[in-house]
Design a protein around this ligand. Structure first.
Ligand SMILES: [Zn+2]
Length: 222
């Protein structure tokens, strides 16, 4: 299975099982795995995290169709302890058709879209993750701006960016600029990048609003 856009973070590919590099919390989003085709048949692959060009960690992933689960495999810490964990999945009917995948947190079994990885990959409350970004003030700014932009576009936070339509009164150029800015701030909030200055260029799918289309790609220039 190929990658899904070079420069994208996290990168999902087919090779490599390398140790989780440090104690930093890694963010694993089930929707990313779904988009990358990893929740299908006997799919296997890997997810690699990097930030600012620095390697942060990598795990191997295998979909287990019979158990409706994914097997996560990685080495952790200086002792490189091999961790194998099976994480159950749940699927709910999606508003727009198709199924929406969820992880079941291995500890509390609650449904969640994102697992946070240190020694184990757990839900936000079990992992006690307060913030993915190391710089809370930048993250807070991003969140405030996200709310402002979404209010301006008349959509709440549950609407994915690729589903946002242009309000009738708004000019196309203005709409594109707002979506562009929204993408950037959501990337910051996700911890994909930690500083506004690091974000020099972004691209998004030009087919915005027309169809479900390919997964939204956010390319962050090094
Ligand atoms: Zn949990």
């Amino acid at each position: 299975m190929g990658g899904i856009g070079s420069g994208r973070y996290p990168r999902i590919g087919s090779r490599a099982r390398r140790p989780v590099a440090d104690m930093q919390v890694l963010r694993l989003d089930v929707r990313e795995l779904h988009k990358a085709g990893l929740l299908w048949e006997e799919a296997r692959g890997s997810v690699t995290w990097q930030r600012g060009g620095a390697y942060k960690g990598s795990i191997a992933i295998r979909f287990l169709p019979c158990e409706l689960a994914v097997r996560l495999e990685y080495e952790f810490g200086p002792q490189q302890v091999l961790v194998r964990e099976t994480v159950k999945l749940a699927f709910t009917a999606c508003h727009f058709g198709g199924d929406r995948p969820w992880f079941r947190c291995p500890l509390c079994y609650r449904r969640c879209a994102i697992l946070w990885g240190r020694d184990r990959f757990l839900c936000r409350s079990c992992q006690n993750v307060s913030y993915p970004s190391q710089n809370e003030s930048i993250g807070s700014q991003a969140i405030r701006r996200i709310h402002e932009i979404r209010a301006g576009l008349q959509v709440n936070s549950s609407v994915p960016i690729e589903r946002i339509s242009r309000p009738r009164y708004m000019r196309h150029a203005r709409f594109r600029a707002l979506v562009f800015e929204l993408l950037r701030h959501e990337a910051i909030r996700s911890g994909w990048i930690t500083a506004l200055g690091a974000a020099r260029s972004y691209e998004y799918d030009a087919g915005l609003n027309t169809s479900p289309g390919p997964p939204l790609a956010v390319d962050i220039a090094a």
